[in-house]
Design a protein around this ligand. Structure first.
Ligand code: 5GP
Length: 216
């Protein structure tokens, strides 16, 4: 009888332990990382981001707010949240970073980023260099990746072939790019986007390495 009671107590203990283990599994073991992918406009950050997202699990892209006009193929809430300048002004307090780029404002909603990080997801910000510099200062534990073109000429060709902007806008983006390229040493990694597969492969390894890092 006493033995039976002991067995029952053991069984209950085992069940309780199993329950705790399950609860432990559900709780994220770590907070997610904030990952910044920056670099000049036209360098291919968008394509690299899509490829990276489809390769690495638990990695989410933050959707930015912008005052820029929606391009025909783009979708509200998927590519950007498109807002007027007045609306953007009102939202500034809730943005993790924001910048004016080629005549338009772009910014990252802070609350969503922090929610996802707390849930254990890595969050990727695909942003221009001024915004990345703000993150570097505000969130020093972020992973900062700078994407470079193989050459300035290659960047010019990419911007021209995109054909979504006027000549004047392309020139403004190129002037900006020249200045941005001088800032790459402020970031942790440089990925040169020459061969796209190689660039994606490098990014995937950087993201996984960051997940294993002990000291930041
Ligand atoms: P596009 O108009 O070509 O979509 O974007 C122009 C530039 O703005 C790109 O370099 C893009 O990475 C950047 N960008 C997009 N969203 C944000 C954001 O939330 N903050 C900042 N600082 N830059 C952004």
């Amino acid at each position: 009888m006493v033995k039976q009671i002991n067995n029952l107590a053991d069984a209950e203990k085992k069940t309780e332990n199993a329950g705790l283990a399950r609860a432990e599994q559900k709780r994220p073991l770590r907070k997610g990382n904030l990952i910044v992918l920056t670099g000049p406009s036209g360098v291919g950050k968008g394509t690299l981001t899509m490829r990276l997202m489809s390769t690495v699990p638990n990695l989410l892209k933050s959707v930015s707010v912008t005052t820029r006009e929606r391009r025909p193929q783009e979708k509200e809430g998927l590519d950007y949240f498109y807002r007027s300048r007045a609306e953007f002004e009102e939202m500034k307090g809730s943005l993790l970073e924001w910048a004016e780029f080629a005549g338009n404002c772009y910014g990252t909603p802070e609350a969503w980023v922090d929610e996802q990080i707390a849930l254990g997801n890595d969050v990727l910000l695909e942003i221009e260099v001024q915004g990345a510099q703000q993150i570097r200062k505000k969130r020093p534990q972020s992973l900062l990746i700078f994407v470079s073109p193989p050459s300035f000429e290659a960047l010019r060709q990419r911007l021209e072939s995109r054909a979504t902007e006027t000549e004047d806008k392309i020139r403004r983006r190129l002037d900006k790019a020249r200045e941005e390229l001088t800032q790459k040493n402020d970031f942790h990694y440089e990925v040169i986007n020459d061969d796209i597969d190689e660039a994606v492969n490098n990014l995937v390894h950087i993201v996984y390495a960051e997940r294993c890092r002990i000291r930041k």
